[in-house]
Design a protein around this ligand. Sequence first.
Ligand code: MOS
Length: 759
Amino acid sequence: MSEAPKKEESKQKIVGQPLDRVDGRLKVTGGARYAAEFTVPNMLYGVLVQSTVANGRARRIDTSAAQRAPGVIAVITHANMPPVERPSNPPSGESIPLLDPQVRYSGQNLAVVVANTFEQAEHAAALVHIEYDAQAPSVDMEARLKDAFTPQTGNRPAESKRGDYAAAVKSAPPRVEQVYRTPTEHHNPMEPHATIAMWRGNKLTVYDATQGVANVADNLAELFGLEDDDVHVIDPFVGGGFGCKGQSWPHTPLAAMAARAVGRPVKIVLTRKQMFTSNGHRPETRQATTLGAGADGKLTAIAHHAYGHTSQADEFMEPTGSPVGMLYSCANVEIQHKLVRLNIGAPTYMRAPGESSGSFSIETAMDELAASLGVDPIELRLRNYAEIDESTGHPFSSKSLRACYSRAAEAFGWAKRNPKPRSMRDGRWLVGYGMATATYPANYRPAGAKAIMLADGSVQILCGTQDLGTGTYTILTQIAAETLGVAPQNVRVMIGDSRYPRAPTSGGSCSATSTGSAVQAAAQALRGRLIGYTAQDEASPLWNVKSSEIETKDGRLSAKSDPSKTVTYADVMKRYGRRSVEQEAFARPGIERGPAAGGAPTGTEPADKGKSQAYSMHGFGAQFCEVRVDPELGIIRLARWTGAFALGKVLNAKTLRSQLEGGIIWGIGMGLQEETLMDHRYGRFVNTNLAEYHVPVNADVPPIELILVEEEDKLVSPIGAKGAGEIGITGAAAAIGNAVYHATGKRIRALPITLDKLL
Ligand code: MOS
């Protein structure tokens, strides 16, 4: 991947190495404890009762039978709910009241049953009898487009433009004018949402399955009117999040409310079916896309007019236009997003919100343009290559997209493609090659961390971040080990606790850059302090050696010029009689970066909002795939995949590859399988289980070849890396659709691309 480093140097470098997950053993032995797996003394079980209609009012909630059922301690409804503060600007993913007789969507929480055992609570929940005044639900976005409105509250702008789109399309008729659609999707992490809440007086402790312990703590403090220090949120391991754990949903405060009402700890775990109700989803989108271009393929005009659905009380916008505005050089661009309110739960961020769904439209449209002009799809993209981010006018902090295209094309064997659709076959199967561009913002948000040296020379790192299963524990271990010059096995990383130094929600692919930089800063400060101790000590072998002349390696401090002058960290600690020495540091973006560009808001947005942003920061990649399509049956199989990505410095080659593979597999699901289906009569999602909500299984995933293009970007973050959690999904569905077009000559503009659409 890069030139072979000198041997001595390679021994020293820990960051970048494909270190196995430091939490791997705990995970495979069952030692990693997830939120629902904690038990606390005296704990009760809560089960949610949810609405079965999508629009109307719960006229009567009869809890008498449930209250008489064995083991039941309490049944809480809107009528007997303890009061909570109503935040002025609701921080939760869903701004409707926790329990409310007004029903705005199917699956809305109407009651919580608390019992001695889970089985008792579940049985009693089935005995809660609800009578509704129900009205016909409005759940058809397409039928309500005329009622659409422009959202005001999103964290990305709903409208943007440059040049004069209208004039540009008037002077030359558009070459592509199509509507692209993406369906409602649900996150479905393996670990469902779960909360255990317990009160001691006015102090609240919560185990919660979340992407942001600090954010959950903030929300609970606000709802219950508590001091920040009185809320403690713990989540050492997270079984996937993908955005649905990026905000907190009603079940978390409901567990706390129930625990307060009954005076005992309460655990609520959502069922897989409930994971399709009150905890977010990717909204359906309708993206009308127009491309104007000269005969040479140079873009002259781009329009992206998108609709998405939102709930009755929220304004969540899937920013599909985000990649459209920055991906290509084009003088005249017009981007609009509108929302349609439906009787549906609040939608939310889902892995690469905007970039995954928006890249499907723009990258399919580019393929359509290439086909209509007879220009190679890669060549078309190179002719429109954006040298700067024209949506902001700022230069890119780094952009290695040309290398991604060429390296991936070379490895994939793109040159062997006959551009004519239906021209390539393997036996009875039609063969198609497709490609698309991948991109995602390179986010970096304020984060704190503490580094502690213990008496034996081992290191503890405390950081209020969380590991979604992506490798956060591991990369923080590597960064601390390398910065301090100790072995990774002598570093213990402790995260997932709101009492640790505050770190952002693990969303928007920001954790590696943000917490990595904070840990590096804390470790540097600790190293400096310990060097300071020893350099000022007349009895130390390093007395009077300048700190810049001291190197730290293998748990030792040594003079660079004279390796015999050396002392171990443990010796330093002993000499000073210290059981521990700690340094806390706070890393935050400077003025080279403007407001956060993507993903869930984290509660630690850049402090320099409003100041001029000097650089546009994004990761880039190129996705190539080969499909086989059965010409009679329409069956689509992926044969192979090649992706090249440039994401700044590699922190761990193994976990990075896993992130990218995982993202591509999500893209395969998005392209071919994932879709939550709505029953329009009842306003209810129907395939609310993993048997009918299809995600790729191993047999659906072809061999994936990954190429990591060398890059280092210290403008993005002091550690030189860009986040990798989301970019793998972007462009993937378009690459599949483009390959299906190449194989069959049929253009499918609505995801997922299923065989019925091909026949
Ligand atoms: Mo991610 S969808 O920003 O958790």
